[in-house]
Design a binder for this molecule. Structure first.
Ligand SMILES: O=C(O)CCC(=O)C(=O)O
Length: 275
């Protein structure tokens, strides 16, 4: 495989300037879509690099029809940066981590974990959910960058957002499931939150807060919907007493050795950007 080119390296490191309007949009809505964050060349490189690792590391070989709703939604490969120096360079991108820092309005961010989310041809919906239900993190200074590795039209299942829905506390305790899809679909519509469903261009990425409700449609194309994500948290994030079994499992997996009530500062939660 090709080594990273100087131009791709440069774009992963160069600052991306957010406008005041963009920062305000994120504050109000809990998500933002940003065009031209990465170049077509960079996306092609990320696609090749991450897809090779997904192929190498994937352990899901059941046919789609034998999986549950969560299993049909995507192949999910996590913390690839710990297994690939090339992916590490992508996940450690200062450009992306600085955007996360600026959107959260904090002094710096550290890594919670990365994950590739590959929705196969014919893959099912990603039900409505809020990510932070899974995380033993003491406050809401958390954000995920969702990086589609190809142009993502509506029929491929781009990420969809319920604007401002981080304000809604009911339904936060729902695991990703048919039940979360049904319940939240009704309650988010009843509350009048805008449902934002748009395609993604090459180089466009989104950032969404941990408590923002989001989903994705099915992949009705014959191509893989390849996506890389990086989850950031405030660099001073404190580990809270876990409130459910998923949070216990996340503690053991994504911040092993961190202590309840103390800053999360383990070797697999490096600071990725600091002002
Ligand atoms: O890619 C998807 O289908 C869902 C992504 C998601 O839920 C997330 O990145 O938090």
């Amino acid at each position: 495989m090709s080594k990273i080119s100087a131009t791709v390296h440069a774009i992963l490191e160069e600052p991306f300037q957010l406008s005041k309007e963009q920062i305000n949009f994120f504050k109000q809505n809990g998500f933002i879509k940003l065009k031209n964050v990465l170049s077509p060349e960079a996306i092609a490189y990320l696609n090749e690099t991450v897809s090779n690792e997904v192929k190498r590391l994937n352990t899901q070989h059941l046919p789609l029809e034998e999986r549950d709703t969560y299993g049909k939604a995507f192949l999910q490969i996590m913390n690839i940066w710990t297994k690939s120096e090339l992916v590490k360079e992508i996940v450690f991108s200062k450009r992306l981590a600085k955007i996360a820092t600026d959107l959260l309005n904090v002094d710096g961010v550290r890594l919670y974990h990365d994950q590739a989310l590959y929705k196969e041809p014919g893959g099912g919906i990603t039900p409505w959910h809020a990510d932070q239900y899974y995380w033993p993190l003491a406050n809401d200074s958390t954000v995920t960058v969702w990086i589609p590795l190809q142009k993502t039209p509506l029929e491929m299942g781009p990420l969809e957002f319920s604007a401002q829905s981080f304000q809604l506390t009911s339904g936060r305790n729902k695991e990703i499931s048919d039940e979360s899809q049904q319940l939240l679909n009704e309650s988010l519509a009843a509350k009048g939150f805008e449902h934002v469903v748009e395609p993604f261009e090459i180089g466009e990425v989104s950032f969404h807060r941990g408590w923002l409700f989001h989903r994705a449609g099915a992949n009705n194309t014959d191509k893989m919907r390849s996506v890389m994500t990086i989850i950031y948290m405030d660099k001073d994030m404190i580990l809270k007493q876990p409130e459910n079994k998923n949070q216990i499992q996340d503690w053991e997996t994504w911040c092993p050795g961190a202590e309840v009530g103390k800053q999360i500062n383990t070797p697999i939660n490096p600071v990725l950007y600091q002002n």
